[in-house]
Design a protein around this ligand. Sequence first.
Ligand code: PAF
Length: 283
Amino acid sequence: MSAAPQIVTTVAELRHRIKALRQDDARIGLVPTMGALHAGHLALIQEMTKHVDVAVVSIFVNPTQFAPHEDFDHYPRTLMADAEKLGASGETDLIFAPSVGEMYPPGFATRIEMAGPAIGLESDCRPHFFSGVAVVVSKLLIAAMPDVAMFGEKDYQQLLVVRRMVSDLGLNIQIIGSPIVRERDGLAMSSRNAYLSIDDRMIAGQLNVIILSLIAELRDGAAISAVEESGKRALLEAGFSSVDYLAVRDAETLAPLTTLDRPARVLAAATVGKTRLLDNMAV
Ligand code: PAF
């Protein structure tokens, strides 16, 4: 483990370095990120070090998962500050920070179309999203060939999609989900929280509070459809400008539920100001 992780920018360099790091049968872990690292990412990396000997972090703002009207151009790019944070936490051995051209050379024409857990929720609002995530995550996994890759549960649907894809493609990589890291008021940590104004930040803190109260209602026997409707109303009343979804779903498949007869998850996406926030919790 080095205090200042080396940054490599090409797949060839990444493979070369990982081959050297693999000596003595070291287990390799990968945390794919888009940078703008916060305490949630650092917790993910710390968790991963319990499972592996060598920690690789990729930092790449992936254009194919953004629609033209989304925030790709404005997404924070803070590679040097990210590298310093990773160096200070002392748990990362290598950073992979490729260019767009390295990941998507001219003529790139491959798409991955996902069904199963990719259907609905995020896909209803961002139809391009999981195809872009599937392509970049598979490229990152094939480049690094780690033993373990970690994904945050904040993007719960993404975690299930990646797990499905890795299983379907027969990649011998363990996918581990890491619990959401929250601010003091319970707001799920996200790089996009940096966009929130002071007023928006106050409203944002209500998302987890409302989900918690819905879970209490569900546990008291309230009907799922009624809870979903009252949750959407509560978010709008709290000041969110729109609610993309607030849904109680099967925790394994994300299929809609009518009764709580299996492990369930409440998932929500709502916008405050110009910032779209996600959160989810087990019922
Ligand atoms: O969750 C993210 O930060 C991104 O979707 C990921 C997994 C790094 C792919 O670009």
